[in-house]
Ligand binder design. Sequence first.
Ligand SMILES: [Ca+2]
Length: 198
Amino acid sequence: MQTPEKPTPKEEQMGMPERQAYSLNSRKVAEATRSWLEKRGIKIEEIAELVLFLQKKYYPGLTMEECVHNVEKVLEKREVQNAVLTGIQLDVLAEEGKLLSPLQEMIKNDEGLYGVDEILALSIVNVYGSIGLTNFGYVDKLKPGVLERLNDKSLGPVHTFLDDIVGAIASAASSRIAHNKQSEREVEIELPKEPGDD
Ligand SMILES: [Ca+2]
């Protein structure tokens, strides 16, 4: 709910009306994230397939269902939602020719020396710690599954930011799995608790 903010003394002096305070609607941000990924042709299952590709050699019993669940958990994070919305917005604006030159041409042509797309994606990778970084580099190099499609420039749409974002979400979900599997293992072998472990 937005509540009007009291005008500052200066505004009152100038006869300005009460302002609407900005307040963030978290649910809206989460919904917009899901809906923009979908509009840009990305299915959660495709990201989950990348996770399975990255993790199956470490956890042979890992299921697609677990991968989907971990992708969903990553997408609940605000840092992730912020990066998704920012990157997709820039892709869309570049596609429509609405950015200012020379940024317009750089993003449209996925200029090799640009690199801000990768930097933005790192804010997703870092959510579950630096172990996601290795996976991020790995998928960026191999471009398996959905990443191959996103990198095919002949198809038309601009995905300069989206390819890194999708790779980053898969990498973060992989880190989340690794962290959780480690905790499960520690419970299984009943490691003695250290003081203050609870
Ligand atoms: Ca890129």
